[in-house]
Design a binder for this molecule. Structure first.
Ligand SMILES: [Zn+2]
Length: 140
């Protein structure tokens, strides 16, 4: 599978037959050529959204989403994001639309997931301590 760009639109081609393919496919639908594992395509800057749940946390009952995201460098990790932020809407969009989207770093506002905006902490979720990345606006 080869990444290509045309007029700013990124797409992937089968490296065997040149047919445009979905970046998450395991093999080419046209010629049957098998691609390398999907994780190969997840770069350090991009996150794929697997799932999310809505929660309220803290004494203020702040609405958040607990999102399960995957990244090449970090693997599968959980992120706590305020429900009223665009980042939460993006994550929901990608999950609801069949996990096909990547959380790009070049959307309307520069980067969607900026790791510097998150702090890794251990919090109780469903009575078990879990390590999550929590958005720093939630820590104030
Ligand atoms: Zn092919």
């Amino acid at each position: 599978m080869v990444k290509n760009t045309s007029y700013g639109y990124e797409y992937y081609e089968c490296s065997n037959c040149g047919q445009e393919v979905d970046q998450l496919e395991d093999y080419c639908q046209t010629c049957g050529h098998a691609f390398q594992k999907r994780t190969y395509y997840i770069s350090n800057d991009k996150f794929i959204a697997h799932s999310f749940i809505e929660l309220t946390i803290g004494s203020q009952n702040t609405k958040v989403i607990l999102a399960t995201l995957e990244n090449q460098k970090l693997g599968i990790r959980k992120f706590v994001v305020p429900d009223n932020k665009q980042i939460a809407n993006r994550i929901k969009f990608f999950v609801i639309n069949g996990n096909r989207g990547y959380l790009e770093d070049g959307l309307i506002q520069k980067k969607l997931i900026v790791l510097n905006d998150f702090v890794e902490i251990s919090i109780p979720i469903n009575e078990e301590q879990e390590k999550v990345f929590i958005h720093n606006s939630l820590l104030l």
